[in-house]
Design a protein around this ligand. Structure first.
Ligand SMILES: *Cc1c(COP(=O)(O)O)cnc(C)c1O
Length: 404
């Protein structure tokens, strides 16, 4: 097996989580489909069940198979964590991590820019279980200390937010969490372990919608939780209690996606910058939300803490009607209209940021569109966007209420 300390990330991507010598020389780990795992003797059976929350434990399919452990080892190695836990999707990774640390009467702090279903988990489920959530301004930085209470058990971060793209001062917030005895958990799906390293910035636990860039091909759902040694067993035990298990074919797809993450992400980054800069120069655009662009409110922290930007960013149009926005979106040939991101294909999706805010307000008067830059030729993508803006301008010139 590969010594994680010696090699650089691109090398690790090709070598973590596989052991051909243990598998007839086959390069990739096999896909084990399993529920029952047999034991040869009573002693072996008892031994297997001695520690069900150990890393790489195999006494029953729900706890994982060597296929699952291959993905988990690779994810932990990449992030520099002690261990990883594969979950059926990214939302399960969030729930599995947060719920491991809270009980009735506790309090958590969650960024106001957080993935919307995560907000719903706090407001619906955690509230019903007697856990109180305070949403905080994503740009609060060290000021988060003022919001901490004796019962604050978790500080949840997401940087940048996946619709509004505020960059958080992660080291300051993680340090405040540690000083106040809370666990810091970050949703690192946007940057992946390649462009942001949670553990070197003081965070305790990272969670991933591996569905996005890690799977990378829009064909499977997967989540990952990566922890240091101090929190590993507690989270592993909790995800087992919740009944989470990731399906073997999807685990295989996630591991396969991981092998090419570096080359894909570099291209997503480059095309994302190209489209964002082009949009910045257009009169129909009020603002581009991309922390990699100089002048973006998050740019300085992004430059300090991140090694790159992925291909997901936002664009705020100058105020226009729903019909004008529809004229832009509906005729796009290359950009699909849909949720999710991180696949090889370009996407757009309207963002409704105002509706998922409570600690802060979103004051942009025009509509916001989220763009995922796929792996297509950037010139073709720009032509598609240009044609869309021409349709939008034409629709704006039409008197409102005019029949077609
Ligand atoms: C998609 C997404 C998730 C949830 O991942 P699923 O695999 O879809 O459950 C979590 N966080 C962010 C930022 C996401 O974009």
């Amino acid at each position: 097996m590969v010594n994680k300390k010696v090699y650089k990330t691109d090398t690790l991507l090709g070598h973590l989580g596989r052991d051909p010598a243990a598998n007839h020389g086959v390069v990739n780990p096999p896909v084990y489909h399993a529920s029952t795992l047999l034991s040869g003797t009573l002693a072996a059976f008892r031994d297997k069940r001695r520690d069900p929350f150990d890393k790489g434990h195999t006494s029953y399919g729900r706890m994982g198979t060597p296929t699952t452990f291959a993905l988990e080892d690779a994810a932990a190695g990449l992030d520099g964590g002690y261990g990883a836990i594969a979950t059926p999707n990214g939302m399960a990774a969030i729930v599995g991590a947060v719920s491991a640390f809270v009980a009735q009467g506790d309090h958590i702090l969650v960024s106001d820019s957080v993935y919307q279903p995560n907000r719903r988990f706090c407001e619906d489920f955690l509230a019903r279980m007697g856990v109180e959530t305070t949403f905080y301004d994503p740009r609060i930085g060290a000021g988060i200390t003022q919001l901490m209470r004796p019962k604050t058990k978790v500080i949840f971060l997401e940087s940048p937010g996946s619709h509004s793209f505020e960059v958080q001062d992660v080291p300051a917030i993680a340090a405040a969490a540690r000083a106040g005895g809370a666990v810091s958990i970050i949703d690192n799906s946007w940057a992946t372990p390649l462009y942001f390293r949670p553990f070197s910035h003081g965070v305790d636990i990272s969670v991933y919608a591996a569905t996005k860039y890690i799977v990378g091909h829009a064909d499977a759902m997967m989540g990952l939780i990566v922890t240091g040694e101090a929190h590993y067993r507690r989270v592993r035990r909790n995800t087992a209690v919740l009944g989470y298990s990731a399906a073997p074919d999807d685990v295989y797809l996630a591991l396969r996606g991981l092998r090419t993450l570096s080359v894909r992400l570099a291209r997503h980054q480059e095309t994302g910058f190209t489209l964002a800069r082009w949009l910045q120069g257009r009169p129909e655009v009020a603002r581009v939300l991309h922390p990699g662009l100089p002048g973006d409110p998050g740019h300085e922290i992004w430059r300090r803490d991140f090694a790159g930007a992925s291909g997901l960013f936002g664009v705020v149009f100058t105020p226009c009607s729903e019909a004008a926005l529809a004229a832009f979106i509906d005729g796009l040939e290359l950009f699909g209209l849909g949720a999710s991101w991180g696949g090889y294909e370009s996407l757009v999706m309207p963002s409704d940021i105002t509706a998922s805010r409570s600690a802060t307000t979103w004051d942009e008067p025009g509509p916001t569109l989220r763009i995922h830059a796929g792996l297509e030729d950037p010139e073709d993508l720009i032509a598609d966007l240009a044609a869309g803006l021409a349709r939008m301008t034409k629709a704006k010139a039409q008197p409102t209420g005019a029949s077609p």
